[in-house]
Design a binder for this molecule. Structure first.
Ligand SMILES: Cc1cc2nc3c(=O)[nH]c(=O)nc-3n(C[C@H](O)[C@H](O)[C@H](O)COP(=O)(O)OP(=O)(O)OC[C@H]3O[C@@H](n4cnc5c(N)ncnc54)[C@H](O)[C@@H]3O)c2cc1C
Length: 463
């Protein structure tokens, strides 16, 4: 497989210091945001140009060596675990913002640009790129495209795929392919860009991205609602949407997470609440005032025990910081945390929450959840310990029931985290068999030697 000669070839392409082989270095690239998967690569390469990526892939393809593309490694589906060993191709040194064009409302970036860095650069020009996964401080734009990531703003503004105008992708055989461009409209042939968006590193390595931007909204208002029944909160989400207003964000944390956050960072949160909903209206100042009032009215009518409107930016920031801490609060709560990201139709959120309560009662596992309630996208989490085989297996079975429950109300396996290693055994249940077979054929055409992120998405290695 990978011998000294192969490492020397890689060093010729990217330079010696961009090829990592020490045990400590390899260890750092052996895991991601999941609590259950770990596997060492044989080598890590850190290219800086598409040409280097092309040469690495050509070399790997000729030698049938697995390549796992990696951004920041924050994904929570096992996507960047080099489960078959081989090469981790990490894009973090391809981190230039190449262009911000205010007149065309576009930005062109390399894949390793950290989302927060782009947001800071855009804010200086009053520009806005809405998709906001809550890992924004670390995750890379390439990783968000490969996962088609979403975040709180997606209720109103949509997910990553709605903002991609152009992509440069290096195929498994090393060909550098350009798709789309810098226009908002483009009806030239099949929408191939969408194939690579959400492809989890299995179809090509994304080396350049042109994103659509919008002007920064002039005003916003944050609201917090307290519920003493989680399902009532779920129903309030559909009531708000049905009332004719689409808030920029509708997020949800349950009592457990709320208390964990307050323990870790005291900020005076209403820790007795069964569920806390955070909402934001944005737009022109007049529209924001009117929408916020409408949201508050619907929340009250829907059974919220208390509704607070943040009096200023500091109070609003405090609430959103609390939401951002939600994942860390969950993951720090047990040795192993199984946390998924099913999405259900927003008008079935309350039904789904009732089903979660039933599953928890029947299996004996406490289920906590936070999530993007406005998208019907929850992160039900089960605490367990992978070292206790019997309990871990039961926890996995309980999670399986959660997937079944989501599918039974018209939902999907993954709203944003992807299939990766975590959910591949459910793919057959959740997809039309013909569509699945078509996906396999596409993989076979683009990556016939199956070198790109092998072991992911599909149950079997060869497709
Ligand atoms: C605290 C926390 C909060 C999170 N919140 C959210 C959230 O709100 N919404 C959400 O959607 N996700 C969320 N995530 C998950 C994760 O941050 C996203 O999936 C993110 O898009 C991953 O980006 P990354 O740079 O870390 O990619 P990685 O984890 O490195 O990779 C993710 C996948 O993309 C592939 N990949 C990476 N770069 C490329 C490339 N250039 N070309 C081709 N394939 C590539 C990898 O092979 C892998 O399959 C969260 C994670 C954490 C830890």
């Amino acid at each position: 497989m990978i011998d000294k000669k192969f490492i020397a070839e890689l060093s010729k392409i990217v330079g010696k210091e961009a090829v990592l082989t020490s045990k400590e270095d390899l260890n750092a690239y052996s895991y991601d945001g999941t609590a259950t998967w770990v596997h060492m690569p044989d080598v890590v390469v850190l290219p800086t140009t598409a040409e280097q990526v092309s040469r690495i892939l050509k070399l790997a393809d000729d030698n049938q060596i697995p390549v796992t593309p990696r951004g920041a490694g924050t994904n929570v589906s096992g996507g960047s675990i080099p489960i078959k060993g081989g090469i981790v191709l990490c894009t973090t040194r391809m981190n230039k913002i190449l262009d911000i064009n205010k007149a065309n409302l576009t930005a062109t970036v390399e894949p390793g640009v950290v989302l927060h860095d782009l947001n800071l650069a855009l804010a200086k020009q009053s520009l806005f790129y809405p998709p906001d996964p809550q890992s924004f401080l670390g995750c890379t734009i390439g990783g968000t495209v490969a996962e088609n990531a979403g975040g709180p703003y997606c209720v109103k503004y949509g997910v990553t795929k709605q903002y991609i105008l152009g992509l440069e992708v290096v195929l498994a055989n090393g060909y550098i392919m350009k798709l789309g461009g810098v226009t908002v409209k483009n009806r030239t042939g099949y929408e191939l860009m969408m194939l690579f968006t959400g492809s989890e590193g299995t179809l090509g390595v994304i080396t350049k991205i042109t994103l659509k931007l919008i002007p920064m909204p002039l005003a916003n208002k944050t609201m917090m609602a307290v519920f003493d029944d989680i399902a009532v909160g779920g129903q309030a989400v559909s009531n708000i949407l049905a009332s004719g207003v689409v808030p920029a964000k509708i997020e949800f944390v349950d009592n457990f997470i709320l208390r964990r956050i307050e323990e870790m960072t005291p900020m005076g949160l209403p820790v007795e609440a069964k569920a806390l909903m955070l909402l934001q209206a944005d737009g022109s100042p007049a529209a924001v005032e009117a929408e916020a009032q409408q949201i508050v009215d619907v929340l009250k009518k829907s059974g919220a025990k208390e509704v607070r409107v943040a009096k200023d930016a500091d109070e609003a920031m405090k609430y959103w910081k609390m939401r951002s801490a939600g994942f860390a609060a969950t993951y720090g709560a047990a040795h192993t945390v199984l946390s998924e990201d099913v999405a259900v139709p927003r008008d079935r959120l309350a039904d789904f929450i009732h089903k979660l309560e039933e599953i928890s009662a029947r299996t004996g596992f406490f289920i906590c959840y936070l999530g993007h309630a406005g998208d019907g996208n929850l992160h039900p989490s089960i605490f367990t310990d992978i070292r206790n085989k019997e309990e871990f297996t039961r926890a996995q079975q309980a999670m399986e029931e959660i997937f079944e429950a989501a599918l039974s109300v018209g939902g999907v396996l993954s709203g944003e985290h992807g299939i990766g290693l975590e959910k591949q055994r459910f793919l057959k249940k959740a997809m039309d068999p013909v569509a699945l077979s078509l996906m396999r054929k596409i993989k076979g055409i683009l990556d016939p030697n199956h070198i790109l992120n092998p072991g992911k998405v599909w149950e079997e290695e060869k497709v």
